[in-house]
Design a protein around this ligand. Sequence first.
Ligand SMILES: *[C@@H]1O[C@H](CO)[C@@H](O)[C@H](O)[C@H]1NC(C)=O
Length: 378
Amino acid sequence: MKLTIGFVLAAFLAFTQAIPVSKSEIQEKAVQGLRLLQFEEHLDPVWKTEDERLDYIRKNVNFFDVTETWELEQSLPQTQGLTALATYAPPSHQTAVNALLPKLSTTSMSSYLASLTAFNNRYYTSSTGQQASVYIQDTLRAIASAAGRSDITVTAFKHSWAQTSTIVRIAGTSSDQAVTILGAHMDSINSSSPSSGRAPGADDDGSGTVNLMEVFKVLVQSGFKPSTPLEFMFYAAEEVGLLGSQAIATSYKSSGKSVKAVLQLDMTGYQRPGTTEVIGIMPDFVDAGLTTFLRQLITSYSRLQAVTNSACGYACSDHASWNRQGFPTALPFEGSYPSNSNPVIHSSSDTISASGFSITHSLEFAKVALGFAYELTV
Ligand SMILES: *[C@@H]1O[C@H](CO)[C@@H](O)[C@H](O)[C@H]1NC(C)=O
């Protein structure tokens, strides 16, 4: 009996959870409101309802929502589970970078953050979520244009939902086309009421977003022209299964782009009161060589010590979308994880006035990010 039940159960599971192979099968399920979610690297994705997806978010269960990218991904060289060890020369442009660091301004970052947190929320399907994306594009375009920089493009990367991702590219002056990427997600979520609830997302991930806006501004205003391409990415729809970053990473993979390194900033603004201020380094689903380089950047350009965190886990932020496609990534974090991470994210309380939120703490991540951009592209 057991064997028979086992067989029937296995056959049932195989039937109900069969991996879709065609676009039409995926579209058919998607129009019924179903989402294809992957919960572990070595498990096949499974169909869930949107309500079930929201339940996982509320329970802090991480996953890739692969509904939009599964079909394309199946046609790409499989890189999941491969661990590369990229190599990077240690930081060597301290004089030039140290001259730029004092230009990074907490006042300027606070001003960007005030604008971002003023949107009711930045949820990926809401109109304010899309307006926030346009705000980022307009702001960065104005910086490029005020500097008369025709080598800079600001592109709205469109998705099947309202909110666009943003790719800001500074062309390289040499023939080497390997691109250096710095990313943050610009969406936010109120997990009890996603589409209409208040979600200022000051720390998650307004902080990483304004770090990158500020680094871009300082590099452009200083006249920096990279020899290899430098891209700043502001991902849509991270909070619902890394949708924006997966769309971009699979697109880069399928068009055969060469990627030198990907830095992710996700939550840089909280320092748990009463604890030592540090930069946490995530150890998993990252490139070990790039992470060593990140540690050297922190030593060179930040006043803070680096500590190695506990595992962030599967699909915990957008770096995982790049790691999944075989690109080298690294992920610094606001403090020790999970013990000292911000307790008020995904709620209306994730504001700049929340206890522990500190723009001067966040500035340290902008310094490291500026060093990352400069050292890898000069
Ligand atoms: C979600 O938004 C509503 C409406 O703005 C608010 O009352 C509620 O407290 C928020 N939920 C959380 C968890 O912050």
